[in-house]
Ligand binder design. Structure first.
Ligand code: DX5
Ligand code: ZN
Length: 227
């Protein structure tokens, strides 16, 4: 698999989401990452189902919906109906993760599971063969613009090893503090879906920032596979 760039609209101007999405698509975005927060699982409240439905009308690439909410089971139908192509849920809040993952798949979306920085990799052991992707958080979720937690680079390698051992080719997504200073390292570690919010929308030119991050990711991938 190649490497995909998923701009997080959390750092975009919410009064102009359509233009933000158009800009990153012109820059080569492969996905649009949508951060859904409920003020319970994380200390912030952001986007809900109606916004996902609206941006689905203007997005040409799949919506990657990251649910940072206390009770994802209650809302996955609604997000799938609203047009989410990928839905990821946190292992920290789900006692019946296997059921949830299969419920997402039955709705026709790709199912991802997310690990917070302090959640051990081994919590994936019994779900590894079922997931479509794994999201490794490289900041504590809740806000854009935080600093990448260095330990998460080796965590990506551990998750890749665990997936490989389970016979799974599911890609690893990484989310939090990704920018041009660490993108090559996380790609070398095995990340293949790269979320970036501040590094794209915190610049004056989201289109150009997307283009540059994608170029950096693709050259890091070429260097990794050439080895
Ligand atoms: C953090 C969110 C991230 C965040 C990424 O809670 O899940 O998707 O918006 O933003 P940056 O790239 O600014 O860390
Ligand atoms: Zn996210």
């Amino acid at each position: 698999m190649s490497v995909l760039i998923a701009p997080s609209i959390l750092s975009a101007d919410f009064a102009a989401l359509g233009e933000a999405i158009a800009a990153v698509q012109r820059g080569g975005a492969d996905l649009i990452h949508v951060d859904v927060m409920d003020g319970h699982f994380v200390p912030n409240i952001t986007i809900g189902v109606p916004v996902v439905k609206s941006i689905k009308r203007v997005a040409r690439v799949p919506l990657d919906v990251h649910l940072m909410i206390q009770d994802p089971d209650r809302y996955i139908d609604a997000f799938a109906d609203a047009g989410a192509g990928m839905i990821s849920v946190h292992v920290e809040v789900l006692p019946h993760l296997h059921r949830t993952v299969h419920a997402i798949k039955a709705l026709g979306a790709k199912a991802g599971v997310v690990l917070n920085p302090s959640t051990p990799v081994h919590s994936l052991t019994d779900i590894a063969a079922d997931v479509d992707f794994v999201l490794v958080m490289s900041v504590n979720p809740g806000f854009g613009g935080q600093t990448f937690i260095a330990h998460c680079e080796s965590k990506v390698r551990e998750v890749r090893a665990l997936l490989d051992a389970a016979g799974s080719r599911a890609p690893i997504e990484i989310d939090g503090g990704i920018d041009r200073t660490n993108i090559a390292r996380v790609v070398a570690a095995g990340a293949r879906i790269l979320v970036a919010g501040n590094a794209i929308f915190g610049t004056g030119d989201a289109e150009q920032a997307t283009r540059e991050l994608k170029a950096a990711a693709l050259s890091a991938l070429a260097a990794t596979t050439a080895r």
